[in-house]
Design a protein around this ligand. Structure first.
Ligand SMILES: [Fe+2]
Length: 298
């Protein structure tokens, strides 16, 4: 056995979600066996944390690309200058303190999201990541049967945590950029994971309405299902350190960036791996209602 194999380890962060990976350098050229090891760990733990791993954008892109083709930075938001696959997640450009799964307003949302820390605030700024498979299994049977039958409309013109009239000019511009193209997609509320077959609640902040129900009925039910996602038992809290990399399975998690760092400088670089069109319990695929995202995943 080689020293590298002996040193490699997966240390669970909580019982239900999250693990730290020891002894794998994401900046290195990874062999197929290591990539398979990481992919299996990602399927089991949903979110993987690597500590003490400074990464250039190119290295982060190369790491993410071992899990599949990359998307461009975002369907509407500009990339980092000269790096079309890198989305700067910057405290100056607003906050994401709502539970969401990345980019679910398009038909084929990312498979996985990688985040590499660039500037870390002196306190706070953690990211919460929730296991939506565990949330689904927590549902009492009558609610599970209800969820099994539902579809939701996801849109990028969602119900923002901060109302329009309270925005400053910068935030208003950011929101305008985010919604410069309108996207609406219908996804099953229960998604079957394409690799593991695990069922998970597929909702989050972009899910605005349930098909066949009124807005107020939809809100009440989405809130009820979301309360199972955000249960502390289903959540890992990732505290950011310098030179940290996190990858999470965007098909069966939601996340929330806590707005608790006094808006001090905080910057992560995000690179996402393209994903499949979600499939529900009956085998039916998600369908586009509005918007062409071919420039994003094409
Ligand atoms: Fe996000």
């Amino acid at each position: 056995m080689t020293a590298i194999a002996t040193d490699r380890d997966v240390r669970k962060l909580t019982g239900r979600i999250g693990a730290e990976i020891i002894g794998v350098d994401p900046a290195a050229e990874l062999d197929a066996e290591t990539v398979e090891f990481l992919n299996q760990a990602l399927l089991e733990h949903k979110a993987l944390v690597f500590r003490g791993v400074p990464l250039t954008d190119k290295q982060q892109e190369r790491f993410a690309a071992r899990f599949g083709e990359l998307t461009t930075a975002h369907p509407t938001v500009a990339s980092a200058p000269g790096a079309p696959r890198v989305l700067p997640v910057d405290s100056e450009k607003g906050v994401a303190n709502h539970w969401h799964t990345d980019v679910t307003f398009v038909q084929a949302p990312p498979k996985a999201t990688t985040l590499s820390s660039k500037v870390v605030p002196p306190h706070g700024g953690e990211t919460l990541i929730a296991n939506t498979g565990a949330a689904y299994r927590d549902l009492p049977e009558p609610l599970r049967l209800l969820a099994d039958s539902l579809w939701a409309i996801h849109t990028n013109d969602y119900d923002y945590a901060q109302p329009e009239e309270s925005l400053d000019e910068q935030t208003r511009q950011n929101r305008e950029e985010f919604t410069s193209l309108a996207f609406r997609t219908a996804h099953p509320v229960v998604r079957v994971h394409p690799e593991s077959g695990e069922k998970g609640l597929y909702l989050g902040g972009f899910a605005q309405r349930l098909v066949g129900l009124s807005v107020s009925e939809s809100r009440d039910l989405i809130r009820l299902f979301q309360s199972y996602v955000s249960r502390p038992e289903n959540v890992v809290r990732v505290a950011w350190e310098p030179d940290q990399l996190v990858i999470f399975d965007n098909r069966i998690t939601q996340h929330y960036a806590i707005d608790n760092y006094d808006r001090l400088p905080r910057q992560l670089h995000r690179v996402t791996v393209a994903g499949d069109v979600p499939v529900g319990l009956t085998g039916e695929r998600s369908r586009v209602i509005e918007g062409d995202a071919s420039h994003y995943t094409g």
